[in-house]
Write a protein that binds this ligand. Sequence first.
Ligand SMILES: NC(=O)c1ccc[n+]([C@@H]2O[C@H](COP(=O)([O-])OP(=O)(O)OC[C@H]3O[C@@H](n4cnc5c(N)ncnc54)[C@H](OP(=O)(O)O)[C@@H]3O)[C@@H](O)[C@H]2O)c1
Length: 286
Amino acid sequence: MSNISPVLNLFSTPGKVAVVTGGSRGLGLHAATALLLSGCSKVYITSRKASACEEAVKALNSIKGITGKAISVPADISKPEEITRLVKEIAKDTDHVDILIANAGATWGAPFGTWKKEYWDKVMTLNVTSVFLLAQEMTPLLAKNATIADPSRVITTASTAGLKGFSTGQNATYSYSASKAAVIHLTKHLAVELGPKRILCNAIAPGFFPSKMANALIDIYGGLEKLSARNLNGRLGQDDDFGGVVVFLSSKAASHINGVVIPVDGGNHLVGDIFRPDDEKPKAKL
Ligand SMILES: NC(=O)c1ccc[n+]([C@@H]2O[C@H](COP(=O)([O-])OP(=O)(O)OC[C@H]3O[C@@H](n4cnc5c(N)ncnc54)[C@H](OP(=O)(O)O)[C@@H]3O)[C@@H](O)[C@H]2O)c1
């Protein structure tokens, strides 16, 4: 006789309290939606623009059938003092957090020869430093209700750019790929540090998903159809692909998974991707 829980209990987040950075749109909004639909009681979403957070919260709270609620806490988490304020604001409303989705991120593209330190700093600060500072400041709230049987979760949004994907040419994204490789390793380091505190830390590495950030790149690299066709499974990421893996990693089903990175890209991380605008294909040397 096996002690398997009913499937719906395994793959859900009943009554859990979650925080989603970059929750106002794109992958963060998919994560917040999926977490509410899977049973979270509170989902705090944060991004710089208060109006975007308010709009997202309004849409999230109108989802049919949810029992939890979305709450807006705008903050610019590229600034350490704003991370401190964000955590304090959340702590006014809840004595614990079960799930942190460290998802907010930025990119920068420029040709190799014109690359500037400021492009480097902006991306590394948000994509790596803020993930560390947020995990550090959120740890007391994450540890509060965490147990061996029911551990809390930190889930970072990395990218296949941190595994084996490179954008080059006019839109080369050196700091982005370096930051995503760094956040994957940081997540593993956090898993070692926080595992004993009953906080599991895992990374998701999406391939291309249409979003405000990705759409400009999708256009530069030939459009949706072309990029879909070059993916091993013939398509790009969809809302459920990200929401589904967020719920899995947040759920009882993943309560013994710590320090992994899950690519969500139809398998393209296996072959590697080099993205270069069409009109910049390297000329063969005679
Ligand atoms: N879409 C893809 O193809 C793809 C693939 C791999 C990885 N990713 C990763 O997925 C994550 C989400 O990207 P996305 O595609 O959903 O991009 P997006 O649509 O541009 O969303 C980015 C989110 O982050 C917020 N944000 C940006 N800077 C912030 C800051 N300083 N402080 C707080 N919030 C900030 C934005 O809101 P505000 O502008 O209001 O601050 C927005 O909510 C990123 O880490 C990205 O690197 C995306």
